[in-house]
Ligand binder design. Sequence first.
Ligand code: NAD
Length: 428
Amino acid sequence: MPNEVVVARPQVEVGDSAFTIAQRQFDMAAEYLPQYPKGIMAKLRVPERELTVNFPVRMDSGDIQMFTGYRVQHSTVRGPAKGGIRFHPGVTLDEVKALAMWMAWKTAVVGIPYGGAKGGVICDPKQMSIHEVERLTRRYTSEISIIIGPESDIPAPDVNTNAQTMAWFMDTYSMGTGYTVPAVVTGKPLDLGGSVGRNEATARGCQFTIRRAAKRLGLNLAEATVAVQGYGNAGNIAARLLHADGATIVAVSDSKGGIYNPKGFDPDAVLRWKHETGSVVGFEGTDKVTNAELLELPCDVLVPAALEKQLTRYNADRVRARIVGEAANGPTEPEADAVFHDKGIFVIPDILANAGGVTVSYFEWVQDLQFLFWDEEEVNKRLEQVMNRAFDEVINIAEQKKVNNRIAAYILSIDRVARATMLRGIYP
Ligand code: NAD
């Protein structure tokens, strides 16, 4: 069966921008949707709105410093735009556009009534005081508030932003309206209308899809070995949840390097060690490995949960896992997908594997709008239903159309957005 699968091999040049990669992935999937007019597909491969804001922030020294930020709405066809806000020195408009496009497909693949968006500010919050970060957050919120709102575009945390950032965002927006608007952002603290289960949701969604994949492959998770790159929110919770499923965690890493013990170790103890020392490296009974070596270790399940472009044409043929569950966004270059297919590695693509986060963000928004809150059991039960349904829909398309799982996820989501676009029609 796998030999019959047609694997598209896009020509990605070294240094291709994230948005170029996102558009090429779109084009590959669009070929399987010939029923839509070319003009509709042309609309879907570019963002609806790109807002650039240049704004001043008063620093603790009293100096005024200028910052540049972005908010890109890729699609609002199926509902309000939705996507995180990133504070990082490497933020570019191109990257924000790619991340916004991926959000549009992610919300569609799990069938939640949102479009896709992303925001970012070029800054290094690690070099700023908490007061400077607060003033930056509030001014950026104010600058982009012309396109933000609980019915139009709902931000969330991303790299270097967290529940506190969302609290400042919500407070600033609410000062403008004159009343409290919890549903304007998700990922808030529980005391301000956050949802139980949101913190674990990305990793839990990833766990549900890995369970489903393992079942298909006849792999017993209780006998499986797992390597996780990245030990932050997505990575460390994924490692601990899979460990609770009986899996043996053999390797994990963070930005300072990785640790390996083929016999396994306790991921909770590693988390305590990381809190004490600042890194997973040096944990008792483990050997040190580099982040690159971790990806090539013998294991059944590999969970990239750190950065983009980790699995490339240069290392893909040395990956030995049977399942790659993409907790991170964009960890695999398109050409590595083709190699994985040839090797029979089962990839759970990012827009499916890590969609648990945005799904519980949606639950948070629904609860905020109703002022009625669910317990954690309810949140997790609904999340499992959403993830399992999306997983099965993607795999059915992969089998029917004889494409790899990533293209299948794109076909499913682009089809949903294109169909909604056709139903709405072209204004005026
Ligand atoms: P995080 O900041 O909590 O953790 C990131 C981890 O990656 C940290 O352990 C960090 O040390 C590690 N890291 C940084 N540079 C590294 C490097 N060069 N090599 C190896 N590890 C490195 O971030 P997170 O929220 O866990 O996000 C991780 C990935 O998951 C990102 O791609 C993010 O977009 C994606 N994601 C997260 C969520 C979510 O809800 N948290 C949702 C969807 C997707």
